[in-house]
Design a protein around this ligand. Structure first.
Ligand code: PRP
Ligand code: MN
Ligand code: MG
Length: 182
């Protein structure tokens, strides 16, 4: 088999820590959107795990849609050029929309997405991200729900990939230097 551990330097955030944090965020989201009709939008592919676990931690009924954008391709650096690979199925005009992301790194993907979705006339548009790298920010983004602020290291697992690999790790780890030639 293909051992995922061999490509890792260390575990940064364990599965238990992720689960506990998502419960906290879900409780806040339940409270903040009480009595409203929330649409959560997962950003493929990285946000798959966060969406699946966050949605199940919520008590409120929500609807789910997906958008696929890509800015990293096969590299380790954001190109800044965002491509829509799959658009929403939902018309979000007048809707309460919460974008769900796995990570905000440079912020370029989300800043572009906020502009794009914002122009469609949602009633409200907010962001929930499991991870954020404050030291990597190239644009400042107002984020309503943040799981963890992390150091500026290349992280993988729980949806996050390196060249499409390691997404299925159940925790967040940092990449071993030999993998990216460091
Ligand atoms: C990653 C990650 C975020 C984005 C964050 O997606 O899932 O969506 O980059 O980076 P930024 O803040 O520097 O823009 P990626 O483009 O790798 O696509 P993926 O989700 O399919 O892996
Ligand atoms: Mn992504
Ligand atoms: Mg990626």
């Amino acid at each position: 088999h293909n051992d995922m551990g061999a490509d890792l330097a260390k575990v940064l955030i364990s599965k238990d820590e992720i689960d506990a944090k998502l419960l906290e965020l879900a409780e806040r989201i339940d409270r903040d959107y009480a009595g409203r009709d929330l649409l959560i939008v997962g950003v493929l592919k990285g946000a798959v795990m966060v969406m699946a676990d966050l949605a199940r931690a919520l008590h409120s009924q929500v609807t789910m849609d997906w958008m696929a954008v890509s800015s990293y391709g096969m590299g380790t650096k954001s190109s800044g050029v965002v491509r829509i690979l799959k658009d929403l199925d939902t018309d979000i005009a007048g809707r309460d929309v919460l974008i769900v992301e796995d990570i905000i790194d440079s912020g370029l993907t989300l800043s572009w997405l906020l502009g794009n979705l914002g122009s469609r006339g949602p009633a409200s548009l907010k962001v929930c991200t499991l991870l954020r790298k404050p030291d990597a920010a190239k644009v400042e983004i107002d984020v309503a729900y943040v799981g963890f602020d992390i150091p500026n290291e290349f992280v993988v697992g729980y949806g996050l990939d390196y060249a499409e690999k390691l997404r299925n790790l159940p925790f967040i780890g940092t990449l071993a230097p030999h993998v990216y030639g460091g």
